[in-house]
Design a protein around this ligand. Sequence first.
Ligand code: UDP
Length: 328
Amino acid sequence: MKRILITGAAGFLGSHLCDRFIKEGYHVIGMDNLITGRLSNIEHLFPLANFEFYNHDVSKFIHVPGELDYILHFASPASPIDYLKIPIQTLKVGSLGIHNCLGLAKAKNARVLIASTSEVYGDPTVHPQREDYWGNVNPIGPRGVYDEAKRFQEAMTMAYHTFHGLETRIVRIFNTYGPRMRLNDGRVLPAFIGQALRGEDLTIFGDGSQTRSFCYVDDLVEGIYRLLHSDYPYPVNVGNPDEITIKEFAEEIIQLTGTDQKIVYHELPKDDPKQRQPDITKAREILGWEPKIDRKEGLKRTYAYFCSLSQDELNKKEHNDFEKYTIK
Ligand code: UDP
């Protein structure tokens, strides 16, 4: 049985990856310090003999007994609100955390795949974004703690690949959505759906003309699974190129939820990228991958998940505190 360590296992993406690798017959070792992840995302795996969980901060030395074939480094705060609440941890998990993972991989002779991001392109001046675009990042802006941690993470990973000959893979993840997103993580989809379910107005930041391209989580997981098993060590964009303005997205959510709330406009956060769309030519050619689930279907499944949450969960006051944390 192949053994895989997944950091950030209790998070949105980490937990879906745990499910996938369990389904594929792996022994999965999940690790998370639960600052943004939640045990409820993985508790269904606890009874399984081929699942283990360690509550550990991967910015500190990582000890894992036994052999390891693969490491997926997915531990990181991942939403603009989180960067403001926990900026130093965001930097540490991307830098010290990946150093520990790479050291562990070297000791165990394991292959490492890191979660990089479209944020390495910053507020892009090239559209759509190809992997050979170097980006337009403000290192000292509010998003800098995430963007630079991820850029450092890519550099460190390539250094272990070229200097130590370690087997490494880099996925650049574009906006992803699906069940298990945190209602209060501040990102646009849980924000809008949460607002619709609580009967609040939908908050658009700026005039809503900025664009994003949303990928359903199952498609992303498939891309990651294929990349891990490929022999390609350079970054690969994985995302859905179907681009939409945030205003259109709000309208889709209004239609989906049937809410009669209106749209209200707030100040645009600093350094908010104006446009984002992955060029997935490489993923198509190298992995034979492209997204299969369109936004209509993906949103339907995601809405069903949010509807299944309890009223208590939905009404927690913290879901309304985005104003306090809006990046100015
Ligand atoms: N956004 C918005 N209203 C919200 C939350 C986010 O209009 O309540 C906007 C945000 O300013 C950005 C886009 O939606 O332009 C996507 O934001 P998100 O935080 O989901 O991800 P990212 O900016 O990292 O792509």
